[in-house]
Design a protein around this ligand. Structure first.
Ligand code: ATP
Length: 422
């Protein structure tokens, strides 16, 4: 392996089954495929066409049969590696592909038997879970399947802003620059970037479970009449919250043990790629901020968010499950914590809400916030706002929204997610 950093235009030759690992610097990197074939996390590169990668993106260009590529611009680091776990990953894909074909074939004989593979990727943070999920999805889409991607990672999710769990069908290989499509995503706002109990932050861990269940039920309903989606199956990414370092080694055997009586579940241990970049808490926080910024301004500043002013009376901000739940240790012996995780609490508007990122509900009445099950039909142009000023004297809120139009609802959901425009 050879690390280097350079800003000129240069060519890199890649031998078969090797990859160029790149960390883009502070300015965009341009890049094209000159010869051969290569892919970025399962998505093939178009020949000859210059692609522009945004600052700080970390990715690998992998080739199965050999390729030459040309880079233009500075990188933080880039090096080639010929040891990768890609063969084992593509073998998993091949097994899944076989199961999809079988599901599709059997659905013709026996309706209701078309369930394709449902894959859940688990492991510690920075083990490459999101990357593996994307590869499996892109390889499947390349073969004409439309698998569903479910992202349960509220810290570093790939579908929309942090604090959400979301699902979306993947109909074409994932765009290496643009990322995942948001147009058809089903998004639930949790409002926090960790499910950990944090009394001082009002984090509502039970709500996470409620939302995951909701998302699962909604997907089951959507799949019910859709043989194609059923056969393609799902890839579910998780958030790497496996307590304690010791667990990292034990996770696989623990899962095997827990699942040993489930005949339809296979546990497969896969190696982490040496290219996966570890991220410190600070880097994670930064990347969350970029994700929120991207939501409002677009990846390349191509969106124009709009600043609005509203009266305190015009907006209703709710916290879900509101109020800290007493931890078990603080309760009398034998008592169970009883707070309803979906209880709605109307929040008094004050300066504490400054910089909060709020989800805009589709509800027309407060009781629908719950009955619509907190679902925010989010797209690139609506879904979240960020509070940028609160004038207590004049009772006015200033907020940033993706567009100039009215909000689809005056009912907003607050968590602990904040964003400060820099
Ligand atoms: P978390 O649980 O924290 O979300 P994760 O396990 O999902 O992390 P990834 O997001 O897949 O990990 O990978 C971490 C970072 O490493 C990402 O920025 C990803 O693009 C990068 N990465 C993954 N594989 C490679 C590789 N082979 N070469 C270069 N960069 C890579």
């Amino acid at each position: 392996l050879a690390a280097s950093s350079s800003s000129s235009t240069r060519q890199v030759k890649l031998e078969k089954e090797s990859e160029l690992r790149v960390e883009v610097g502070d300015s965009p990197l341009r890049f094209r495929l000159l010869h051969g074939t290569a892919e970025i996390f399962g998505t093939e590169l178009p020949p000859e066409i210059w692609l522009t990668f945004p600052p700080r993106l970390k990715f690998a260009v992998f080739t199965w049969y050999g390729a030459a590529i040309e880079l233009n611009g500075a990188t933080e680091t880039d090096y080639t590696a010929d040891e990768t776990p890609m063969v084992s990953y593509v073998n998993v894909h091949a097994v899944l592909d076989g199961r999809r074909s079988r599901a599709k074939a059997s659905s013709a004989d026996a309706p209701g038997s078309s369930q394709g593979p449902r894959v859940i990727v688990v492991g510690p943070t920075d083990s490459g879970k999101s990357t593996l999920s994307k590869m499996l999805l892109s390889w499947a889409a390349k073969q004409g399947w439309k698998p569903t991607f479910v992202d349960l990672d509220i810290g570093q999710g790939s579908i929309t802003i942090p604090g959400c769990i979301a699902a979306t069908p993947i109909e074409t290989p994932i765009d290496s620059v643009e990322g995942l499509p948001l147009e058809m995503a089903l998004v639930y706002y949790y409002g926090h970037t960790t499910p950990r109990w944090q009394a001082f932050l009002n984090v509502n861990a039970e709500l996470y479970k409620v939302l995951v269940k909701e998302l699962a039920q909604t997907l089951e309903r959507q799949f019910a009449g859709n043989v194609e989606a059923q056969a393609a199956g799902m890839v579910i990414n998780t958030m790497g919250w496996i307590e304690g370092v010791g667990y990292e080694e034990k996770l696989c055997s623990m899962l095997k043990d827990v699942l040993k009586n489930k005949p339809n579940v296979d546990v497969v241990k896969l190696q982490k790629s040496g290219g996966v970049v570890s991220r410190s808490a600070k880097v994670r926080q930064k990347s969350r901020n970029y994700r929120i910024r991207e939501y409002f301004y677009g990846l390349t500043n191509d969106l124009s968010p709009h600043s609005h002013i509203a009266s305190f009376n015009d907006l209703f901000v709710y916290r879900i499950g509101g109020g800290p739940q007493a931890p078990r240790s603080a309760l009398p012996i034998g008592a169970e914590p009883s707070a309803d995780p979906t209880r709605l609490v109307l929040v008094t508007i004050n300066r504490d809400l400054l910089h909060s990122v709020l989800a805009v509900s589709f509800a027309k009445e407060p009781d629908q916030i719950i009955s619509s099950k907190l679902s925010v039909g989010c797209s690139n142009v609506a879904g979240f706002i960020c509070i940028t000023d609160i004038d207590i004297q004049r009772k006015k809120i200033t907020y940033l929204a993706p567009s100039a139009g009215d909000l689809p609802s005056k009912f907003l959901i607050v968590g602990t997610l904040t964003w400060l425009e820099t």
